[in-house]
Design a protein around this ligand. Structure first.
Ligand SMILES: O=c1ccn([C@@H]2O[C@H](COP(=O)(O)O)[C@@H](O)[C@H]2O)c(=O)[nH]1
Length: 285
């Protein structure tokens, strides 16, 4: 199952997920001012990052919003990036945060688990309930795919709804219970389910509570770096072993900004990835 592959990559390489939240302004001048099309420039930037980090990390998360904001050229770069991640033997997470009625969810499944935008995992918003989530299950049964369901997001505004109490429990704990229950049919050899959860590193105490109640849930963990999360915050959560991948987007892919505008930009990106790896490993021991 795909979750077993992701777990092994996290253990063997590192639990780092590089976030390819690529913006034109992140491109070094040599690339930005070249004669290439926008599609080529964005893809080339991502390719350079992948080529220079794939031996250090578990996976790549591609946030579709950044590509959509560049129109069709952006979406072509998005598609090529996902294909390239696969070509390199790496795992992709499409951060698309979908959530809609079943007929529409079926179309989202087809759009993001097959064809031009095929990814290994997608992120989904479970707010609309089980019939908005179950259309993805056939891909998890048959086609080695997985989903990460939003449980406790990393942003400050997550407090508005996710902390509201229902029967004395915050909503995020109720959502975590559902992830645990719905994920039972997709548990792989390593004990984790292909139905995973998104929990921000910006709330480490609540994360620990969620983790303790969800022994089979593998987590996609945003919030490291630019949002303030640190290696130290993962200490208790990874105490019994790795149970997720930690995403950093801006913290890695803008490492070269203000330092170089030439092809050497990837050295800074690799160095920041190594720094993150060391920071996490220090707290895993
Ligand atoms: O709770 C969430 C869920 C998703 N994200 C996404 O992760 C990255 C974070 O980027 P950084 O630059 O490392 O802050 C981005 O794609 C978000 O859309 C999140 O931040 N929090």
């Amino acid at each position: 199952m795909i979750i077993d592959r992701l777990y092994r990559e996290a253990v063997e390489k590192s639990p780092i997920c590089v976030g390819l939240d690529t913006k034109l302004e992140y491109l070094p001048k040599y690339l930005l001012e070249s004669d290439k099309s926008i599609e080529e420039k964005i893809f080339e930037f991502n390719k350079q990052i992948i080529d220079n980090t794939f031996d250090l990390v578990a996976c790549y998360k591609v946030q579709i919003a950044f590509y959509e904001s560049l129109g069709l050229e952006g979406l072509k770069a998005y598609s090529r990036t996902l294909k390239y991640i696969k070509e390199k033997g790496k795992i992709s997470i499409a951060d698309i945060k979908r959530g809609d009625i079943s007929s529409t969810a079926e179309a989202y499944g087809k759009a993001h688990f097959q064809g031009d935008f095929e990814a290994d995992f997608i992120t989904i918003n479970p707010y609309m309930g089980i019939d908005s989530v179950s259309p993805y299950f056939e891909y998890m049964d048959n086609e080695e795919k997985g989903i990460f369901m939003l449980i406790r997001t990393s942003n400050k505004g997550s407090e508005d709804f996710q902390e509201l109490l229902i029967e004395d429990k915050p909503v995020f704990m109720k959502v975590a219970e559902k992830a645990n229950k719905w994920g039972k049919s997709f548990i792989g050899k390593e004990g984790f389910s292909s139905l995973g959860g998104v929990v921000g590193l910006t709330y480490p105490e609540e994360f620990l509570q969620i983790k303790n109640n969800n022994p089979n849930t593998f987590f996609l963990i945003p919030g490291y770096g630019a949002q303030g999360g640190k290696g130290e915050d993962i200490k208790e959560i990874f105490k019994d072993g790795i149970c997720g991948v930690i995403n950093s987007s801006r913290g890695i892919i803008t490492a070269h900004k203000g330092k170089t505008e030439d092809k050497s930009f990837v050295n800074f990106i690799r160095q920041n990835t190594l720094n993150m790896k060391e920071d996490i490993e220090n707290w895993q021991r």
